[in-house]
Design a protein around this ligand. Structure first.
Ligand SMILES: [Fe+2]
Ligand SMILES: [Fe+2]
Length: 282
């Protein structure tokens, strides 16, 4: 029986990560792969990695990370913001990969049934440092601590007036879609590049970086939308934590200097549903 497995933050711009990506294979021909963002930032790299994965796995489900949404100065693809996201969605559709814009597939293999919900929600600067009340105050604290995310220069947000406006629009549209479309009584697997709750960001080496890591608006989504499992990346802190009884899997590979130090088995695909699962108890 196939397994539902996940990975994120492949960052294939690095040769060592490219080699790990080339070795990713399903253990069973029915395995589905969740790719929780940050495959890379160059359009050619993203296309290379997603093509390879789509050929190998029975189904691939992808959500964008911040890196896919960058417009690097040396990328021939000059699209920015929403137009760049749409280009990525079109690429995935050509490859048969499921995106946040597609109907939610139902996993029927090990640990199923579960509705797989790929999410694109960005962040809205609401994970602010203690004592700050606005984005401006929070950015000032972060800047004074020497922390600034490259997104501020590379992640364009047009046609939205700001990244937080884009995030709010995504949260509102997704919330409405989930309320309308999720079948009753079937648990979900929520897949997002960023954590859905703030707690996992508490262990960041630079806590101010949490500003670029999610939104308070999704704190109750795992319970509200009956998550059997939550899958995310972005933090590059590979681990499993539980919040309100729901497992949250951070499935990053991360940069070579990180995985060479922290991961025993870099490129291991993380199974995100247990073999035996009783009905969601709540
Ligand atoms: Fe990343
Ligand atoms: Fe990221």
């Amino acid at each position: 029986m196939g397994k539902l497995v996940a990975i994120s933050d492949l960052h294939v711009r690095y040769e060592e990560n490219r080699q790990i990506t080339e070795r990713l294979r399903p253990a069973d021909e029915d395995d589905w792969l969740l790719v929780a963002g940050d495959v890379g930032e160059m359009s050619e790299d993203i296309e290379w990695a997603l093509t390879l994965l789509a050929e190998r796995f029975a189904k691939v489900i992808w959500v964008p990370g911040n890196h896919e949404l960058w417009t690097p100065p040396d990328d021939p693809l000059r699209l920015t913001g929403e137009a760049r996201y749409r280009w990525l969605v079109d690429l995935c559709r050509r490859l048969g990969i499921v995106t946040p814009e597609d109907p939610y597939p139902v996993w029927e293999g090990e640990g199923g049934p579960a509705v797989i919900v790929p999410l694109f929600l960005l962040y809205d600067y609401s994970f602010r440092p203690a004592g700050t009340r606005t984005k401006a105050e929070a950015l000032e604290v972060a800047e004074n601590a020497g922390v600034i995310c490259t997104d501020e220069f590379m992640l364009k947000h047009d046609p939205y007036p700001s990244r937080e406006a884009w995030s709010r629009a995504r949260v509102a549209a997704t919330e409405a879609r989930l309320a309308a479309e999720l079948p009753p009584g079937v648990p979900t697997v929520l897949v997002n590049h960023y954590p859905l709750v703030r707690e996992p960001t508490r262990v960041l080496r630079y806590p101010e970086f949490a500003l670029w890591c999610g939104t308070e608006a999704t704190a109750d989504w795992p319970l509200r939308f009956h998550a059997a499992s939550v899958v995310y990346g972005h933090l590059h802190i590979h681990r499993l934590t539980h919040h309100d009884g729901v497992p949250h899997h951070e499935v990053s590979l991360g940069y070579p200097r990180e995985w060479q130090r922290w991961l025993k088995d870099p490129g291991r695909l993380v199974p995100v549903l247990p073999k035996e699962r009783t009905a969601v108890e709540r």
